[in-house]
Write a protein that binds this ligand. Structure first.
Ligand SMILES: O=C(O)CCC(=O)C(=O)O
Ligand SMILES: [Fe+2]
Length: 293
């Protein structure tokens, strides 16, 4: 277990003053909860998703590609090839009902929601906001043609789900940066950076962190040399991050209720998930009969 930096109260207060709407707690998780979460994570069967599909082909000049890392989603699965949740227009046929949070994660979520309701008000806290979605990202190195290639990073992006987003980190620490988006040429101006330690919570919300800036994972440390479970073929995980988000419940739909095109695109993923999960076996079994041709 990494020892979090011992921050004085006044320092933490100053940090809050500097970046209202951004909160960091290096030692949010208790040692027991952290261990329980890690053993729950160790039994997951994450997916390698492709970015595009038959009904959502690559844009001109681009080709099909795998995501840089395996992922797992809880609450709802936003498949890359359904182009993620992107209000106001991209809200239908994107969020597929997935497994609920296990008890250890629900306990963290309840605490985070209480904190968030104190931190964010008015337009920063949507009506009915609650954390019902979780993306589990596996960061590490991939074996490619006999060579280990470090893919532990995320390019700059925004999380489009409304309201505050929370993230819990496990394993090697990662450097997250928030970069300005006011002028296209100046995207590289870093307005805030934060090392995300093992067992930490990061919470960000409001226009500054959700709309006016992008964020990216610049790099993940390689200090401990430890690999996190589950063991995956041709991949070594050294960090796992969980981001909790809110998708309005009416936009989370069962696999069986997706459009036929969306079902066709994600059916192979659902079949793969069904191998490791009773929830997905049931979801697949409920699909209306597929008409041939
Ligand atoms: O890994 C992290 O700390 C952040 C990941 C992230 O930004 C995302 O999943 O949207
Ligand atoms: Fe993000």
């Amino acid at each position: 277990m990494a020892f979090p930096p011992n921050r004085g109260r006044s320092l933490a207060h100053k940090a809050r003053q500097r970046s209202p709407g951004h909160h960091y707690n290096a030692s949010f998780m208790s040692a027991a909860d952290r261990a329980e979460a890690l053993s729950w994570l160790a039994a997951l069967h994450p997916l390698w998703e492709e970015r595009y599909s038959k009904h959502f082909p690559p844009p001109p000049g681009q080709s099909q590609r795998r995501l840089l890392r395996p992922v797992y989603w809880l609450g709802n699965w936003q498949f890359a090839c359904l182009d993620y949740y992107h209000p106001p227009k991209g809200v239908l046929n994107r969020c597929v009902q997935a497994e609920p949070f296990p008890a250890v994660l629900q306990r963290q979520v309840t605490k985070i929601e209480e904190l968030a309701r104190r931190m964010y008000r008015g337009p920063d806290m949507p009506a009915r906001w609650h954390l019902n979605t979780c993306l589990v990202n596996f960061y590490g190195s991939r074996l490619e043609d006999g060579r280990w290639v470090d893919t532990a990073r995320v390019g700059e992006h925004k999380d489009f789900e409304p309201g505050p987003v929370a993230s819990l980190s496990f394993g090697e620490r990662a450097l997250i940066q928030f970069v300005t988006s006011s002028r296209p040429g100046e995207r590289d101006a870093v307005v805030l950076e934060q090392w995300l330690d093992d067992g930490s919570l990061q919470l960000f919300g409001g226009a500054r962190w959700k709309e006016q800036t992008f964020h990216r994972v610049q790099r993940v440390d390689t200090r401990t040399g430890k690999t996190l479970a589950p063991e995956l073929p041709d991949f070594r995980t050294r960090r796992i991050n969980l981001t909790f988000r809110y998708v309005p419940d009416e936009h989370v739909i069962p696999f069986a209720a997706l459009s036929p095109e969306a079902r066709e695109d994600v059916r192979p993923y659902m079949a793969q998930l069904a191998k490791g999960s009773a929830f997905f076996r049931d979801a697949v079994a409920r699909e209306p009969t597929v008409s041939p041709g």
